[in-house]
Design a protein around this ligand. Sequence first.
Ligand code: PBG
Length: 329
Amino acid sequence: MIITGKYPQLRLRRNRQSKWSRRLISENNLSVDDLILPIFIVEGKNKKIPVKSMPGIFRYTLDKLNSVVKTAIDLGIPMIALFPYTQKKLKDSLGTESLNPNNLVCRACKQVKKKFKNKIGIMCDVALDPYTTHGHDGIYANGNILNDETIKILVEQSLLQASAGCDVLAPSDMMDGRIGVIRKALDKNGFKNVQLLSYAVKYASNFYGPFRDAVGTKNLLKGDKKSYQMDFRNSNEAIREVALDIKEGADMVIVKPGLPYLDIIEKVKNKFKIPVVAYQVSGEYSMITSSIQRKIINKDAILETLLSFKRSGANAIITYFAIQVAKEL
Ligand code: PBG
């Protein structure tokens, strides 16, 4: 620590007294380049369905999707993340719909790629939870989630989404070993340029509730996800997860949720110097939004949270506030 001088000669407030000076000495900044916009999509025509637990967030039918993507492009947002709401009748215990080349998310990818080419990146989750009747991310048998059997399906899902035009595959399932197997399959099948953004550090969190409402898995989930998502008491384990995923070929990693896990973002960044994406999850969005609506906090709190991700070392942030914030920036 280098401190020269002391009060009253030294006054740290001098640098803070005017706005231009604060701008000059700012150590971190937020820009639209940092934002990833999640979009919920749903089957049907000409619909924009509000998500009850996420005020201001909607599920869009595909005929409405392009205008949302256009808004994101016009604002300079670099990437969208597509999340499908799957109809109940298409769900089964194996998540078979995930392998339908014409499923909602594949059609969405094709549509967006066709219309907007490479003007914006498309990210898709790799996991089975949108498609299973039990709401788990993998194959469920007698209370267990089967790791290796699940990976086999995830590989197929990855190849399908890649051929539909997805640029960035984001395995969010937390199965062991899936990054390596998916990378190999992509390379073998002509997708060596498809990026892998691993949800390497995904905690079994209580902040995912509104998302599960948005994608229609909330009331289906049998039990919890603690046998595959991480225990929030742990941080060394996060380092091991990231180390393995990097070894297996992850191009970037996600730490999720966001605000309660800034310590993890910082550790991962310092240790691995890899691009780190923070996920400000649905529960965080809903808490902040409802506090703003009730005038308990002011809306600049949103920028404060996003900036804190930057300060902790995140390169980008998946946030449901992306459009709102991009407009302000
Ligand atoms: C599914 C998935 C989840 C989220 C993103 N992908 C939920 C879960 O694991 O149950 C949560 C995102 C959010 O809460 O905003 N694998």
